[in-house]
Ligand binder design. Structure first.
Ligand code: PBG
Length: 330
């Protein structure tokens, strides 16, 4: 007589002890990097309306947020400066006394052990909101790749000089890793690693961030430099060139709709893979949680586990503090 089932996969799910014995992926606070938005002014601690629980901080207040992050057990942050002054060339991005540079100095002096990564881009600092230098030609506005590289490299060096532990260029110009690597090396920062936003898609998932950073393009879009969401072989080319140019980390951004890309990079490259769990991914969860439609804690931990299972070594996430606390509570 036939005797079935012949395979009983449920055996290993029978108790919490057995489940934890065979668990393939686990999360820890050390997996997370927390983004932080810093602004000019004093006494500013202002919630970003499209990102509940995320704030703009002025430098005199930022210590509170850093203490919260450290107490949660998160050991790294990504700094986004939101400057007052914007102009066509994004000069406040590479001002030695710019908001980002001052924020990095302050953070490193308050928490020397904290890993401070600097987002290196121009869009928050330019009046047109593009990530590079704009030239108006007969065919309309063009982003000048090589001219933008010069300014980006200058920005990176000023951030390294301010004490940034990691330079994270996000403007998607061709050659940005080599331009920055060369400039950092020449300035004596050969030990400062580059976390390249290697595979950055032109995504609607950045909407809330652009409100937070006041960085929406004033005309056109970012499709000539950020990638088409329909492409994955192109992701390999972007990652390959960054590896050749000397990147130390490869990032995929956004994360949730791009888990296949995270896996693809993990299988092809041996550098650490970073997933950016971006603003709209965060805001959607917060909105549904506020409505009482989902269990926020369970959804967040499941989502982050999925990113790690897909191959991420590190996850940049606005949930970092909460997730680290939930993990500690068990
Ligand atoms: C800067 C930058 C952006 C994000 C990170 N760095 C915005 C963009 O490219 O438009 C988005 C992060 C998020 O949505 O959380 N270029």
């Amino acid at each position: 007589m036939a005797h079935y089932p012949t395979v009983r996969n449920r055996r290993l799910r029978n108790s919490p002890g057995l489940r934890s014995l065979v668990r393939e992926t686990s999360l820890e606070a050390n997996d997370f990097m927390m983004p932080i938005f810093v602004t000019e002014g004093e006494g500013v601690q202002e919630e970003i309306s499209s990102m509940p629980g995320v704030f703009h901080w002025s430098l005199d207040r930022v210590e509170k947020e850093l203490a919260d992050i450290a107490n949660a057990g998160v050991r790294s942050v990504m700094v986004f400066g939101v400057p007052d002054h914007k102009d066509a060339l994004g000069t406040s991005a590479y001002d030695e006394d710019g908001i980002t540079q001052r924020a990095i100095r302050k953070m490193k002096s308050l928490y020397p052990e904290l890993i401070v990564a600097a987002d290196t881009c121009l869009c928050q600092y330019t009046d047109h909101g593009h990530c590079g230098v704009v030239h108006t030609t007969e065919c309309g506005a063009q982003i000048d790749n090589d001219e933008s590289l010069r300014l980006l490299a200058r920005t990176a060096v000023s951030q390294a000089r301010a004490g940034a532990d990691i330079i994270a260029p996000s403007n998607m110009m061709d050659g940005f890793v080599s331009a920055i690597r060369q400039a950092l090396d020449e300035a004596g920062y050969e030990n400062v690693p580059i976390m390249s936003y290697s595979v950055k898609y032109s995504s609607a998932f950045y909407g809330p961030f652009r409100e937070a950073a006041h960085s929406s393009p004033q005309f056109g879009d970012r499709k000539t430099y950020q990638m088409d969401p329909a492409n994955s072989r192109e992701a390999l080319r972007e990652a390959q060139s960054d590896v050749e140019e000397g990147a130390d980390f490869l990032m995929v951004k956004p994360a949730l709709a791009y888990l296949d890309i995270i896996r693809l990079l993990r299988d092809r490259f041996s550098l650490p893979i970073v997933a950016y769990n971006v603003s709209a991914e965060y805001s959607m969860v917060k909105a549904a949680a506020q409505q009482g439609w989902i269990d926020e804690k369970a959804i967040v931990l499941e989502t982050l586990t999925g990113m790690k299972r897909a191959g991420a070594d590190l996850i940049i996430t606005y949930h970092a503090k909460d997730a680290a606390r939930w993990l500690r509570e068990g």
